[in-house]
Design a protein around this ligand. Structure first.
Ligand code: NAP
Length: 244
C-alpha cells in the first residue's frame, strides 16, 4: 500500500535526535507538513538545514505551561507523534525523587499534555486525526535499573488505551509503538555495554536490536489510512521479546 501524507500537518516531539528526527524526515518525505519540536536549538537548526520544509519549535516539554503554549500555537494538526523521552538508570532502592520527577515529567506528563492540547483542537475542528505515542517494550518487561522508565512507559500504554476509548467517537485514533532497543544516544546509555546487551539480545527471538527505521516504519503504518480501524493498541516492535 502506498502511503502519502500530502496535505496533512504533523507534529513530532523529540525530533532533534534519534527516532524522532528520522520520523520527522520520513513524514516530510511522504508529503506531510512537519512541525518538529525539541529542546536543543542546534539539533533543530541542523534538521532545518537538512529538510528546509520542516518547521521547528524549541521548547522544554518538561515545562507544562511552556509546552502547552507552544503546542497550542500550531494549527490544524492531523497527526501527532509523541516521541520525546529520556531515562535515568538506577537501582530501585537508590532512585532519587528528582530523577523520578524528571523521567515522569518528560516520558508521561509531557505526552499527556501535548496529546491533550492537540486532541482538543482535533475535536473542535471535527477533523479526526491520528496520534502515536512512543512507548517501549520496557512497559511490559521488567528491566534492571529501569524502575522509573518502565513505570513511565506503562503509564503511556494505559493513557493510549483510554485516549483511544474516549476519542474514537471523534475519529481520532490513538496507538503506541513499543520498541526494544535501538542504539540511539538514549539507547546507548543503557545497552552499549555487552554485559547488559548480550542477555537482552538472548531474550529477543529475532536475535538483533532494532534499526531506527524499524520503528519509523511502524509509526508511519499507524498514522496512515492502512491503519484506519486500528486504535488503542500497544504495538510491540521488539523482534518477539514480548513472547519470550
Ligand atoms: P534520543 O536519541 O535521546 O532523542 C530524544 C529526543 O527527545 C532528543 O531530540 C531530545 O532533545 C528530545 N527531548 C528529550 N527531552 C525533551 C524535553 N524535555 N523537551 C523537548 N525535547 C526533549 O532518544 P531516542 O532513542 O530517539 O528515543 C525516542 C523515544 O523512543 C523515547 O520516548 C524513548 O523512550 C523511546 N524508546 C527508545 C528506545 C531506544 O532503544 N532508543 C527503545 C524504546 C523506546 P535533547 O537532546 O535536546 O534533550
Amino acid at each position: 500500500m502506498e502511503i502519502n501524507f500530502k496535505g496533512k500537518n504533523a507534529v513530532v516531539t523529540g525530533a532533534g535526535k534519534g527516532i524522532g528526527r528520522d520520523v520527522a524526515k520520513r513524514l516530510a518525505a511522504l508529503g506531510a507538513h512537519v512541525v518538529a519540536i525539541s529542546r536543543t536549538q542546534a539539533d533543530l537548526d541542523s534538521l532545518k538545514t537538512e529538510v528546509p520544509s520542516i518547521e521547528t519549535v524549541a521548547v522544554d516539554l518538561a515545562d507544562w505551561a511552556a509546552a502547552r503554549t507552544a503546542v497550542a500555537a500550531i494549527p490544524n494538526v492531523d497527526m501527532l507523534v509523541n516521541n520525546a523521552g529520556t531515562n535515568r538508570l538506577d537501582k530501585f532502592l537508590d532512585v532519587k525523587e528528582e530523577d523520578l520527577d524528571l523521567v515522569m515529567d518528560i516520558n508521561f506528563k509531557a505526552v499527556f499534555n501535548v496529546a491533550q492540547v492537540v486532541s482538543r483542537q482535533m475535536v473542535d475542528r471535527k477533523s479526526g486525526g491520528a496520534i502515536v505515542n512512543v512507548s517501549s517494550a520496557a512497559s511490559y518487561r521488567g528491566l534492571l535499573d529501569h524502575a522509573v522508565y518502565c513505570a513511565s512507559k506503562a503509564a503511556v500504554d494505559k493513557l493510549t488505551n483510554v485516549m483511544a476509548l474516549e476519542l474514537g467517537q471523534y475519529k481520532i485514533r490513538v496507538n503506541s509503538v513499543n520498541p526494544t532497543v535501538a542504539l540511539t544516544e538514549l539507547g546507548k546509555i543503557a545497552w552499549s555495554d555487552p554485559v547488559k546487551a548480550d542477555p537482552m539480545l538472548a531474550r529477543i527471538p529475532m536475535g538483533r536490536f532494532l534499526e531506527v527505521s524499524d520503528i519509523v516504519d511502524a509509526i508511519v503504518y499507524l498514522l496512515g489510512d492502512g491503519a484506519s480501524m486500528v486504535t488503542g493498541i500497544n504495538l510491540p516492535v521488539d523482534g518477539g521479546l514480548a513472547t519470550s
